[in-house]
Ligand binder design. Structure first.
Ligand code: NI
Length: 254
């Protein structure tokens, strides 16, 4: 079996046929799914959805893109929501240094506040990072006392930063990008990262794996990602399934 450790099942793209999507995942041996929030309302929705299905769990948090909207009130609400037993992680949280985003200082502040919140709740964190890997790893290293554990979601950075993160107790999440034709650098990095520090994710409805690009991404595509990783690592798909499932269970305590 597989675990899809990062999906956005509350996305409007799934609204019409969510039951079918979840059944299809089940038929594809994707037996557990963590659905992720990115602001307060999507986090509330993620927890509600997790409450409706035994095999769906929730991750809650505030995305760097919205860092300017974060407040003490929202922080308190997320913390309260974190008391729900289906909440298995704080995320996605992190840094995104692309154009038009909140200031780097503000993003770092909001990221750190949520790292501390995860520590209070004793939950792992799911990190979203784009064009900010240097600052991310520095922030994590400088705040070791607040770290629980976690994962670098849809990781596409360098092998060296992956190693630093693993030393801090993190896992590396492998998603559809690893199958893209133009992602040779990601595959080279993943070849070197040990499988026993990897977990799988779709990030659906985004980042559909090759050869299904153009279609809506969904959790049932996890075996496609696993097959590509198996080939990269020179192991069979069952080994990828078993190892990544054990890792996901250990990390998220599911
Ligand atoms: Ni995501």
């Amino acid at each position: 079996m597989f675990v899809d450790t990062h999906a956005h099942l509350t996305d409007k793209a799934f609204k019409e046929n969510l039951n079918q999507i979840i059944e299809k995942a089940n038929d594809s041996m994707v037996k557990e799914i963590i659905t992720s929030g990115f602001d307060l309302s999507s986090s509330v929705e993620a927890v509600e959805l997790a409450g409706q299905y035994d095999n769906i769990y929730a991750s809650i948090g505030f995305y760097p893109e919205y860092a300017d909207d974060f407040s003490k009130e929202i922080e308190d609400k997320i913390e309260k929501l974190g008391g729900n037993q289906k909440v298995v992680a704080i995320g996605e949280i992190g840094l995104q240094y692309t154009d038009g985003m909140p200031s780097h200082e503000r993003q770092k502040e909001v990221f750190l506040r949520q790292i501390k919140l995860a520590k209070r709740l004793n939950k792992p964190i799911i990190i979203h990072c784009r064009d900010a890997y240097g600052d991310m790893i520095t922030l994590l290293k400088d705040n070791k006392e607040y770290l629980t554990s976690g994962t670098l979601h849809c990781y596409s950075g360098s092998y060296e930063i992956a190693v630093e993160a693993i030393k801090l107790g993190f896992y590396i999440s492998v998603g559809g990008v690893s199958t893209f034709k133009n992602a040779q650098n990601v595959r080279e990095m993943l070849k070197k990262v040990p499988l026993d520090r990897m977990i799988l994710e779709t990030d659906c409805p985004y980042l559909t794996p090759h050869p299904y690009r153009g279609q809506l991404n969904m959790p049932s595509f996890i075996p496609t990602i696993a097959q590509s990783l198996a080939q990269l690592k020179g192991v069979d798909i069952q080994t990828v399934a078993d190892t990544t499932t054990i890792n996901a269970r250990r990390l998220f305590k599911i």
